[in-house]
Design a protein around this ligand. Structure first.
Ligand code: HEM
Length: 506
């Protein structure tokens, strides 16, 4: 009797322990990071500004701290509100935090090949290897003469047509990457290859909005409805697949033709084909095409929109602009335009460019990552497959690190002796194994474009009332073109500018 009750107690303890473990193992009983109370299924969709989620997430930091849990339509979303937390997870634990979340519109619109949408795996690693060949720091140095030449061309366009500045910034950004990736010189107007890429990007960004992506993820059957069903963009999805094919094939075929004619010069696609010429693996060609076409999407809007932010900052901060111009004038003089040899002697310009990137980060939520395994961090449970959002905006507007974060103040990046400090804000380009592979080339493009513009023009407010600034809001955030004046300084007429450019060509 006695032994039976001991066995009974042992069994009861065993069962209790078992259920305690099962309960502890169940994700939903574990302690998620703190966050606002969700509505069943809808989650926190109503508590987050649709046009600027980074602002809502930054406010949440005051109440919930550096790591915040929210949800939307059944998706787990973990927001990282500080550099420290983002570095610890996305860099320190990059083995499991380098995946991307499921993006329902990716395949529907024919974008399954693009690097930013690839899941972490062999295909992704092949793309990163191809990027490494062309965008590693030593390789990027060799593109500087081309970048400078394209920046000079942009100055001429600004001189002829200052009101079209946003278009000139876009042509500059596109011409740099098209020459590096395909050795392709874009036409000054209506370039067929650029038009094909632009219409593909525009359609995808216009129709495959984050809202639609979340809707399709929550109700996948909607993607299977006939294309005539209104309001879902299914007709556009069919068109998008056709456009994508052109975006992938047209510039690639240009390189193939050049190679066949014996005209091919070094560029990402030609070098990659050379490297893999002994493999008869068709997949290699697919990945070369895909990674190359990704570059256009990754590079053009980001670089040109950073230049629009720069224009806005200069228009509103004339004293900063004047100080940068006098630094350039002292070092470069008035008989030539700046070149990359001047870079170390222009620390204030360097600080100004960092401040452009910090003041209004053009990718305020960087790129979302996803974790491939359940994880625990600072005692919180992070469920496998969560969408991990690095809130770059919160990092850039952290008042402890950047006092008065709303003001545009390049001095925050200078030491007392006027040299650049160690804060190179690397997180502006994302984190870990997904960090932007084009960051070196982006920095070089921004440096030569901004330094040349400051040397040649003063950006001023238009006459009359201050223009209203409207912002594009999506994966990227930047001002729509606004009225402003580019007033010539070094050269007063076209002949003068042409002479200046000719005497400065690399
Ligand atoms: C100011 C300019 C730029 C900014 C601010 C920027 C920012 C970013 C950010 C935040 C990401 C996401 C990183 C992450 O997920 O952690 C990214 C990804 C990417 N960027 Fe950039 N970028 C810029 C210019 C460029 C340029 C010039 C190129 C190409 C030459 C480029 C190519 C890419 C590619 C291919 C990816 C996807 C990487 C992946 O998913 O593994 N970007 N960029």
């Amino acid at each position: 009797m006695m032994s039976l009750s001991i066995q009974g107690v042992a069994l009861a303890i065993g069962l209790l322990t078992f259920f305690a473990i099962v309960r502890w193992m169940s994700p939903y009983k574990r302690r998620l990071p703190p966050g606002p109370t969700p509505i069943p299924f809808l989650g926190n969709v109503f508590g987050i500004k649709a046009d600027a989620p980074w602002v809502s997430y930054t406010k949440m930091r005051e109440t919930y701290g550096d790591i915040v849990y929210t949800s939307a339509l059944g998706m787990d979303i973990v927001v990282l509100n500080s550099e420290e937390v983002a570095n610890e997870l996305l860099e320190g634990r990059s083995r499991i935090y380098s995946d991307r979340p499921y993006i329902s519109t990716r395949d529907l619109f024919g974008w399954e090949w693009a690097t930013p949408f690839l899941r972490y795996g062999e295909r992704f690693k092949t793309h990163r290897r191809l990027f490494h060949q062309v965008f590693r720091p030593e390789a990027v140095l060799s593109y500087r003469p081309k970048q400078l030449q394209k920046a000079f061309e942009m100055l001429s366009r600004l001189f002829h047509d200052p009101t079209g500045y946003a278009g000139h910034f876009e042509s500059f950004s596109a011409s740099v990457v098209m020459s590096v990736v395909y050795d392709y010189d874009i036409a000054s107007h209506d370039d067929v290859i650029i038009n094909a890429a632009k219409r593909t990007m525009d359609l995808f960004l216009r129709v495959a909005t984050p809202q639609k992506t979340a809707l399709f993820a929550a109700f996948p059957f909607l993607m299977k409805l006939p294309s005539w069903v209104p309001g879902l963009g299914l007709k556009d999805a069919i068109l998008s697949k056709r456009y994508v094919k052109d975006m992938l094939d047209m510039p690639y075929d240009y390189v193939i033709r050049n190679r066949a004619d014996g005209d091919a010069r070094a560029c990402m696609v030609s070098d990659a084909l050379e490297c893999y010429q002994d493999t008869d693996n068709r997949d290699v060609v697919t990945e070369i095409k895909a990674s190359a076409a990704t570059v256009y999407g990754g590079a053009v809007e980001t670089t040109s929109s950073s230049l629009i932010v720069f224009t806005l900052a200069m228009m509103n901060n004339p004293e900063v602009q004047e100080r940068a111009q006098s630094e350039i004038d002292n070092i470069v003089g008035f008989d030539r335009l700046p070149n990359f040899d001047d870079l170390p002697a222009l620390p204030y310009v360097g600080a100004l460019i960092r401040e452009v990137k910090r003041w209004r980060p053009i990718t305020p939520l960087a790129g979302p990552h996803s974790n491939m395994e359940d994880d625990f961090y600072r005692g919180y449970f992070i469920p496998k497959g969560a969408t991990i959002v690095p809130n770059t905006w919160a990092m850039a507007h952290n008042p402890k690190k950047y006092p008065e974060p709303e003001s545009f103040c390049p001095d925050r990046f200078l030491n007392r002796d006027g040299s650049l400090n160690d804060d190179a804000i690397p997180w502006i380009f994302g984190f870990g194994r997904r960090r932007c592979p084009g960051r070196e080339i982006a920095d070089a493009s921004l440096w030569c474009a901004i330094t040349c513009i400051l040397a040649t023009f003063t950006i001023k407010k238009p006459a009359g009332p201050a223009p209203e600034i409207k912002w594009v809001s999506g994966l990227t955030s930047y001002p729509l073109p606004f009225p402003c004046r580019f007033v010539p300084r070094k050269a007063q007429d076209v002949q003068g500018l042409t002479r200046l450019i000719q005497s400065s060509l690399p």
